[in-house]
Design a protein around this ligand. Sequence first.
Ligand code: UN1
Length: 498
Amino acid sequence: MATYISRNPANFADVVTEVPLATSAEIIAAAQAAHDAQPGWAAVPAPARGRVIAEVGRLFEANKEALARLVTREMGKVYAEALGDVQEVIDTCDFFIGEGRRMYGQTVPSEMPDKQLFTFRVPVGTAMIVTAGNFPAAVPSWYIVPALVTGNTVVWKPAEQTSAIAQAMAEIFYAGGVPRDVLKVVLADGPSTYDGLEASLQKGLIQKVGFTGSTEVGRRLSELAARHLQSPCLELGGKNPMVVMPDANIDLVVEGALFAGFGTAGQRCTSLGTLWVHHDVYDVVRERYVHAVENAIVGDPFGDVLYGPMIDEKYLENHDKHLGLIQDHQTVYGSSSVGRITSTNPRRGFLGDPDAGWFAHPTIVDGVRPGDALYSTETFGPLVTMGVFDTLDEAIELSNGHGYGLSCAIYTENPQAVWRYRQGVSAGMMSVNNSTSGAEAHLPFGGNGLSGNGSRQSGIWVLDQFTRWQSMNWDYSGKLQKAQMDLVELPFDPGFRL
Ligand code: UN1
């Protein structure tokens, strides 16, 4: 039996958990159990399901610090961000508590007498949710909470790197009153997950696929779902631009770009990709940004640092690959070196023992332009590219040209620039004078183009992912009335003129 050893990425000696990995047959069995449990769960009155979400939210609140400590220990984001990750679960529960008492449908007038029309939201069935390790608490809750409150059952496949967090989360859901077959957690590798999902779709056990992760895997899962005439909920990569206009508040820019570019070691879907700076303020922004990054403290994520380790070795290897894309016309800033931080490749001010974890130097690559590999590659690590523009139209083109469209930001005091940028940018989410990351739990979250298929999570918008509209007409006239044929028309005078 294959097992996965989940280690603290800031301290390899600390084994957080060792878990058996499910085979595809076990994934199918989980899908079968969740599928069998679905009618019973849908029969629980929606307000009662809402109560369960209320209890779950309270338990996340009561366990916030304990879970956040586990998030930092197993995944490596700094503790303040880990608290935020858990807070986003609480916010999501808060938002959906009331949905059990809402889930509104409409009553609609009929075109015929003695007939009434209605619409109902019905659950899609059983969802298979596959999530990444970078937001191990918040992002799964964006799927699981609305799916459950609307009467679906869920098979959740979290990232192996965050196995202990996933198990702890599941226990909180169960303690809040979610039956065990209503939420199944499977820990598995990619190939078994794909095979298990493929077979489960084939058997009609899964009606919705949700996936947060790379564009490449999203495309494969999308193709698979489409073979079963399903439209998955996808939250994929980004190359999120931050546009700095000449009138921007430079203090805010530096602070925002530091958090957006290097928070979570750059491993957010919403992390800053390229900092596009107007040529009038280019030199000053670069100088101040480089200074801030060079002086930032990296290291122990329980300490007061900008960022901790990469999620695991695979993420660090990926980062190293991206460093290989740096071209001769570009200049590197940000640290005394690049790549892994070790005692022989040190970082000034590092907090802790660099050899014990997967830490990486922060890297700014200056001078990026369209056509460069780094212009269009999502780097998902502590690497920010910088480039210059002259006009807002050019900034819009640069923001869109790589095909991703998740998040973006503009820094300016000029409302005209804000509105023109908003209209022109293809991203699903935009910030004004704020970081590319930091979406709130009740706004639509999602992207376009290479960032997703237009599906949205969070807020009221995710309801369309986990419910389908059913319409009903009720004729109480006692005769067959034919739509579009038995017309009710009042007399009128077409020749009337004043
Ligand atoms: C993600 O990176 O997948 O907006 C989610 C943010 C967070 C969520 C990011 N609230 O950065």
